[in-house]
Design a binder for this molecule. Sequence first.
Ligand code: DLL
Length: 434
Amino acid sequence: MPIYQPEIECASRDYLHAVQSARLIKMVKNAYEHVPFYKKLLDDAGIQPGDIHSIDDIVKLPFTVKTDLRDNYPYGLFAVPPRDLVRIHASSGTTGKQTVVGYTAHDVDVWAEGAARALSAAGCTKDDFVHVSYGYGLFTGGLGLHYGAEKLGATAIPVSSGNTKRQVQILQDFGSDFLCCTPSYAMFIGETVRDMGIDPTTLKLRGGLFGAEPWTDNMRREIERLLAIKAYDIYGLSEIAGPGVAYDCECQDGLHVCEDHFFPEVIDPDTLQPLPDGEYGELVFTCIGKEALPLIRYRTRDICALRHEVCSCGRTVVRMTKPRGRSDDMLIIRGVNVFPSQVEHVLLELGMDPNYLIIVDRKNNLDTMEVQVEMNPSLFSDTVKDIENAEKRIEGALQSTLNIHARVRLLEPNTLPRSEGKAKRVIDNRVLQA
Ligand code: DLL
C-alpha cells in the first residue's frame, strides 16, 4: 500500500523526537504569550516557556480538560486574532455548552494532511471516488474527510448523512470506491443494500473509513460482510483537529497517530502519571503543530493504550489501540464497570446484529440493566419458549463477560431506531432520578 508521507510516517524515532521538541517549544511560547488562560495556568504551576527544552519536558506541563474550553467559550483559548482564522467547528456533546474550535489556514492544512494519510493507509489513491456520508456542518466528520480526499487528489462526493436509499443509489451510480461514515451508519447502509436486493459485490466500493464512535472488531467484520469491503478505523476529536488524528493501516492492528502534530500520552486517570506502552489509561493529546487552538495535555477521556514498536506496514509512528470507549461512557452498575463495547462484543460473538440498546435503571435502590437486542432472521421465532431460551443464552454470555446480571429482551427485527451519525446505545434512567 502506498504511504502518503513516508518521510514522517516511517521516520526514525530520533527524527520524530527532534520535530516534536522544536514544535513543543514554539507552541508553549505561543500559548503563554497569546492566551491569558495559559499564562495563568503555567504561572500557577511554576513553569515558564523557557523550562521546556524538548518533548521529554512535556510531563512538566499541567493538564487541560473540556471544561477549560467551556469556561472560555467561545473563543477564549484562541491564540490568534480573528483575521487569521479561516474556519470554526463545534462539538455539541451531550451536556453543557458547545466546544468551539478554530483553525488557521495552516491548521486546516495539518488536519487535511492527517485525513489524507488515513485515506491513503486504507488504499485510497488519486483515482478514487470518496463518498462522504459523515454530517457536514459544525461536526468535523464531513469536511474533515472531504478536505483529506481533496488533499490526496482523490474525488470527494459530499453526500452528507441521511436519506439512506439515496446513499445506496449514489454508491451504485457514481461508482464510489470508499465510504466514510460512522460504523453504525455503515451497518445501516449495509442493511439497506441488502433490503434493496442489491448484491454488495456488484458495487465498486472497496473500502470504508469508519469512526467518531467506539466499535468492536466483530462489528468491523459484520460491516465488511454486509458491504463486501475492507473496513478501516479512523479516530479524531474536534478539540484536537477532527478525523485523521489516528488511523488504521492494512494490518488493522492499532491506529497510527499523527504524532508529529498531535503528541499522545496515556495516563493513569487517578494518579495522572504517564503509563508505559501496553497499559490502558486515559489518552491525552498536546497539539504541537497547530496555531489557533494550541491545546496542552488535553485529557480526552478516551480509554486506550499506546504501542511504539514498528508496524508490519513499515510505519514507525506510535499506534493507539482501538478506543474502548470514554471514561464518561463507562457505566458503573452495582459497582461493576461496564463499557457498552463489551456488550456489543458479546452480542456479535453470538451471531447477533449490533442493533442493541442498554437501559439502566434503579429499582428499590438496586441498579438494573436491560439489553434490548433485535432478533436476526436466524433467531426469529414465533414460539415464546424459543425466544426465552435465546434470551437466557445471551444473559449467560453477558454474565460471564460483565460479571453482572443483565436482563435480555429480544425484539423483532427493525424495531430499534437506526442512526445516521453517532449511535445512542445507552439510556441511563438513574441520571434522571438523581
Ligand atoms: O467524532 C471526529 C471524527 C469524525 C472522528 C469522523 C472520526 C471520524 P467529536 O464529535 O469531537 O469528533 O467526538 C470525539 O468521539 O473523543 C471519541 O470518544 C469518539 N471517537 C472518535 N473517533 C473514534 C473511533 C469526532 N475511531 C470523540 N473509535 C472522541 C472510538 C471514537 N471512538
